[in-house]
Each structure stands twice: as C-alpha cells, then as structure tokens.
Design a protein around this ligand. Structure first.
Ligand SMILES: [Zn+2]
Length: 140
C-alpha cells in the first residue's frame, strides 16, 4: 500500500489517535482510510438516484472570515437554479449560512463537497428529504 504524507492540525491527530484507541483500530492510518471511504461513498445511495430532493445544509465558519463569506456568496450565485432559500445568521462567534436546495443527489453532493473544501469552513451538515416522500405517511 502506498504511503502518503498529510498535514493536519495537532488537535486532529490527537483525536484520531484517541478514536483509534477507543475503537480498537490498528492505528490512525486505519481511521483515516475508513474516514476517506466514508467521505467518498457518502452520497452513494441508489434509493435516492434520480429523485428530486430537498436538501437543508448548514455551514459554520468564524465570524469575520471574509474569504469564506465571499466564496459562499459566489457559490450561492453559481447554484442559484437549485437554491430555494439562503439565510445568514450569527451564532456565538460563528457565521452560519443555511441553505435549502431543491435538486438531484449529484447536485447536492457537489454543493456540499464544494462548501467543505473552502479553507476555514468549520463544519458543513445536511439532511436530505425525497420530495415525493413528503406527506406519504399522512395519506396512507
Ligand atoms: Zn456573518
């Protein structure tokens, strides 16, 4: 197996090591491999392929990180076709952008991936709802 060198904050390395110990991984490399697999297969869901989805996405970053705010605004314009709404809030010392998208899985996957790749974005979370499934339980 090839060996790669990856730079990351010391705190993240400590958390990887703690996670490896707590869950009996052979070491941090195994944790990183598992994390990489999870990231790369995150949106591999055949049941959602071709569905029209509602995606609710939250993006946290430090207040006053202007390059992040600028990039998020650019993305908002680039993905305007799929964005139903966008709200910018402040929570504690963070800016929080909340997006509601109406799009296919691949579009939401691309949007989430691009947000995560912005340097200094702290977290990106999301939930997906197949639009056809909304209200089905009430009708049954
Ligand atoms: Zn802000």
């Amino acid at each position: 197996m090839p060996v790669v060198s990856v730079s990351m904050p010391a705190e993240l390395i400590e958390r990887l090591d703690s996670h490896a110990t707590a869950h009996d991984y052979t070491g941090r490399s195994e944790v990183v491999r598992e994390g990489a697999r999870a990231l790369l297969t995150e949106f591999d869901d055949d049941t959602l392929e071709g569905e029209s989805l509602a995606g609710v996405i939250s993006v946290f970053y430090d207040f006053g990180t202007q390059h992040v705010e600028r990039r998020v605004t650019e993305l908002r314009h680039e993905h305007d076709d799929h964005i139903a709404s966008n709200d910018h809030s402040h929570v504690d010392d963070y800016c929080v952008d909340l997006f509601v998208l109406e799009a296919a899985l691949e579009d939401i996957s691309a949007f989430v991936g691009t947000l995560r790749a912005i340097e200094d974005v702290e977290t990106v979370d999301y939930s997906l709802v197949p639009i056809e499934s909304v209200g089905q339980l009430q009708d049954a």
